[in-house]
Design a protein around this ligand. Sequence first.
Ligand SMILES: [Zn+2]
Ligand SMILES: [Zn+2]
Ligand SMILES: [Zn+2]
Ligand SMILES: [Zn+2]
Length: 316
Amino acid sequence: MAINIDWENMTENSIDEDLFCPICTEPFEEPVCANQCGHTFCRKCIINTFRTKSQCPTCRHTLTIDGFHPVTTHPFLNQLNKILVKCKWCSQSNIQRGDFKDHIKICTKIIIPCPAAGIYCDWQGQRDQMQDHVQVCPLVKIQPTIDELKTIIKQQTEQIRFLYRILERTSEHHKEIKKSIKVIILLTIFVIFIIIISNTSSSNRQLIIKNITRSVDHFYPCIAVLAEFRTVDHIVAIVHNVNHHIPSTWPIQIFHGKDNEAFIKNSTLASLITSEKIFLTYMNETYDRGRTNQLLTDPKFWQRIRGEKILLFQID
Ligand SMILES: [Zn+2]
Ligand SMILES: [Zn+2]
Ligand SMILES: [Zn+2]
Ligand SMILES: [Zn+2]
């Protein structure tokens, strides 16, 4: 059963009888020993036997295939390695079994496949005929190109896998990335803004800043507007009263002067200013009571009102 296809034994008569397998009656190949009864067989022989019955062929002990261990005793294996064999391919004789692996690598008559077998050349032949085949085999000629392409495909596949992993991570963290992109865009706009500003004359610079500040301000559909440049107590009561009567979505814009700014901010209107229900607009020009018409005809006043529909309140 374990008769080797590559070699035949030359010196069977002089081989120690303990080295023979009871199944194939040849010197052991890859000997394995039963844990329970200690009987030894070739690995292949006992596997074949166990296909039909799970018994030791020598003593009929019930065994399983797991109940064997490889024989590792050096003197025993050395004796097997020193057995002289003859190559069945090239008929070279007196090869020590332990050296046969080295012989088969250079044996001129062993049947080997074409070097391009991997790309479907199905030629097989003796090693010493290989050179003639290689001269005419078209697949051997294109093999280097194919190998190169395989390497490229392998690299590309790895790159695609790498990118795919990044994509997966990206989709997991796309919210964070979106946030980062927003920050980057804002920073970029800011940097561009700084560059433009630093390259602009000071008058144009003020104009740009003014326009940008205005565009950042909210513009409301409806707004209540008061203008008062004096420090008078009843302004606070009136604003509270107005706030009480207008819809909650309407803000109140108070135009004031330099003199009454601190007064308004420190009054009971402070919390409404903080919550942006009221916002203050400082006017350089002061308009006293007698000049109300002047205020109402001043384009600067109307430009600074931050609402579409305006409800204008007069203080007194
Ligand atoms: Zn055997
Ligand atoms: Zn046994
Ligand atoms: Zn040979
Ligand atoms: Zn070939």
